[in-house]
Write a protein that binds this ligand. Sequence first.
Ligand SMILES: Cc1cc2nc3c(=O)[nH]c(=O)nc-3n(C[C@H](O)[C@H](O)[C@H](O)COP(=O)(O)OP(=O)(O)OC[C@H]3O[C@@H](n4cnc5c(N)ncnc54)[C@H](O)[C@@H]3O)c2cc1C
Length: 438
Amino acid sequence: MTEQPHVEIYTKDDCPYCEMAKDLFDAKGIEYETYNVTGDEERFEEMIERTDGRKTAPEVFIDDELVGGYDDTKALDEDGELDEKLGIATADGGVEHRKLVISGSGIAGLTAAIYAARSNNDPLVLEGDEPGGQLTLTTDVENYPGFPEGISGPDLINNMKEQAERFGAEIKNGVIEDVDDSSRPYRVELSNGDVYTADAFIAASGASARTLGIPGEDELMGYGVSTCATCDGAFFRDEEMLVIGGGDAAMEEANFLTKFAEKVYLVHRREEFRAEDYWIDRTHEKVEEGEIEIIKNAEVREIHGSVEEGVDYVDLVRHPEGYPTDKLDDPETEEFEMDVGAVFLAIGHTPNTEYLEDTVVEMDEAGYIQTVGGKGGGQTETGVPGIFGAGDVVDYHYQQAVTAAGMGCKAALDADDYLETAEIEAEEGTTEAATGDD
Ligand SMILES: Cc1cc2nc3c(=O)[nH]c(=O)nc-3n(C[C@H](O)[C@H](O)[C@H](O)COP(=O)(O)OP(=O)(O)OC[C@H]3O[C@@H](n4cnc5c(N)ncnc54)[C@H](O)[C@@H]3O)c2cc1C
């Protein structure tokens, strides 16, 4: 019998990615040891030493070899290399058929799974590289109906997973790489080589955090640059922190970071914010208390620092009419530097629809799926019969948990109608053929 390799995970408190790393190994039935670095200086130093200076959790080791953070572990899993390292790789090249495949275990995918399971459509949910979706990145969800005191994002998602599984939904790790709609059943290929065929498919793959593409951003990602304040904010306690963005997420992150930061700077490239009034008001309260400073009409052009020391300072430009990088030659454009210890990007999301690019599912310029919409049944239908869209991957406007859940419900009901009609048509076809034979 092969011995299971020794898996170690450095974690910290309130760390959704740590939970996701643990879930990944749990799903494979692999045991691991965890070391929580929160409040444990010795462990924290040990982690930094073993990872050559990385200051983010989780950090995963297999047999004393550094795998990296959650993204690295996930990437290895997608290539099938993680299973090889864990000694659980199979040579199974078989194709499994499912009635309904759902891409994504965010709130849209899980709501669809609950409804589809209750309609006996035997849904398979493939989690993608962000199991639980965006809500796993937030500590407090205060506007989801039914929770007067609010609920944490991970708790809400875990409850929904439990609820979906209770009705028979299967939830699996797996990133969909390609959907082939040229014949039926549809063929769904995963990045780890697994293949499913599906009678119906619900795309609920949400949207991913955007980055700026500026110098220093990639190099320092995980070393002071982050797209998740709730995950990494506590690592930069008592430092000055900079949040980039002007929507709800930017304001929520800026407010959250005041728990740890010496001061938070909120940099926005124009004068008006896109955020809800609620968040604007809360942010202005923090401005009055001296905890947040808003820098409008400004953009960060470069992040300076090193892997060893983290972020040192950033270069910015500002123009009174906003969008200063488009006006670099304008004499009114002012260049300046700011010393900060961490930079958090909160500049929106890109819909995760690459796996649909070879299909005839229609998408808009930004990649959001086009569905029928309107008031009657079939609102979540795409142009391809049997393929439906739900949640943030369709809806670039509302992008709320409750709206995503609502669309997930509609998609499952639409898929159920489609599958029932297809079944009746198939039966009628069989009966006609049988009659013809008589
Ligand atoms: C920090 C933060 C705080 C928020 N707070 C609130 C709040 O308080 N209240 C509120 O209503 N909303 C909040 N939101 C918005 C809310 O989280 C989203 O509107 C909601 O999560 C959208 O759900 P979704 O299921 O459509 O997509 P997502 O949550 O984005 O989930 C997408 C899922 O698809 C998967 N996926 C992606 N690509 C693939 C692929 N190729 N194959 C398989 N799976 C794939 C991902 O792994 C993920 O599981 C917040 C968002 C953020 C970022």
